[in-house]
Design a protein around this ligand. Structure first.
Ligand SMILES: Nc1ncnc2c1ncn2[C@@H]1O[C@H](COP(=O)(O)OP(=O)(O)OP(=O)(O)O)[C@@H](O)[C@H]1O
Length: 246
């Protein structure tokens, strides 16, 4: 039987001027790649920040690996790897040094060189962080999320700024992570990424769930849709596909 890694029930989060998450519920099964999709401002980042215990929700219940991240954020963060959109590292540190430094914070870290190879950074292992391209820095941030061998990895816009080949390399790496039994919660704007990579996904719009299922199920359930992008346009208030990539 497949177990549930993450359960979100009736999540609500309002900022002083905006209800970011009105009512969001979904289940993520252990060992799957689960996507959180939606137009700009749909509440994706706020949702995953609440799941990670980085933000206090106003209502609803969340469990991650059986633990409430709102009540016990430290316990959840010990088992969850989070990719930060902007990583701050000293300019002179090398890729390998950075990963080794973060590995030292964990009792049973991943092998630094394997992780570097998995993310296609072997020839940059001894390069200083400041000399890396945006895409290479992005891959370092993914490696840092995985260094503690987390049971759950939360990746927010992980391939933004990557060229098509680098994006495909990262997809392969994420599949390898999933195949090694890590559950992956993925926020993405890229419909092709979601279609190819996600086992299941939830589509948010204006802080609510408008669709949930496998990419194939969602396409089949939407009249005249032949791609996830068609589903996105049909089910959200996004006016044109261009909005998706804004
Ligand atoms: N700290 C904050 N204070 C006030 N409003 C915020 C804050 N963070 C987010 N918001 C607003 O809440 C809404 C949801 O934001 P959130 O970042 O969760 O959406 P998102 O789906 O991740 O958007 P994007 O795709 O643009 O990153 C947006 O309207 C955003 O402007």
């Amino acid at each position: 039987m497949t177990s549930t890694a993450i359960q979100v029930r009736n999540l609500r989060k309002a900022y002083p001027t905006k209800v970011a998450v009105a009512d969001v519920s979904f289940d993520v099964r252990a060992g799957e790649i689960f996507g959180v999709l939606g137009p700009n401002g749909a509440g994706k980042t706020t949702t995953v920040e609440c799941v990670a215990g980085l933000r206090q929700a106003d209502g609803g219940q969340i469990t991650v690996l059986g633990v409430d991240p709102q009540a016990h954020p430290e316990a959840v963060r010990a088992r969850v790897g989070i990719q930060f959109q902007e990583i701050q590292l000293r300019d002179k540190i090398t890729v390998r040094e950075a990963l080794a430094m973060f590995a030292a914070f964990h009792a049973d870290p991943a092998d630094v060189d394997n992780l570097i190879a998995m993310l296609g950074l072997t020839d940059k292992a001894h390069a200083r962080f400041k000399t890396l391209s945006g895409g290479q820095k992005q891959r370092v941030s993914i490696a840092l999320a995985l260094i503690g061998k987390p049971d759950v990895a939360i990746l927010d816009e992980m391939t933004t700024g990557l060229d098509p080949q680098a994006r495909r390399d990262v997809w392969d790496a994420i599949r390898a992570v999933r195949d090694a039994r890590t559950t992956v919660l993925l926020v993405t704007h890229f419909m092709e990424e979601a279609e190819r990579l996600c086992d299941r996904l939830v589509l948010l719009d204006a802080g609510r769930v408008v669709a949930e299922g496998t990419p194939a199920d969602l396409i089949a359930a939407t009249p005249e849709a032949t791609s996830l992008e068609d589903v996105f346009v049909a089910r959200t208030a996004a006016q044109t596909p261009r909005h998706v990539f804004a």
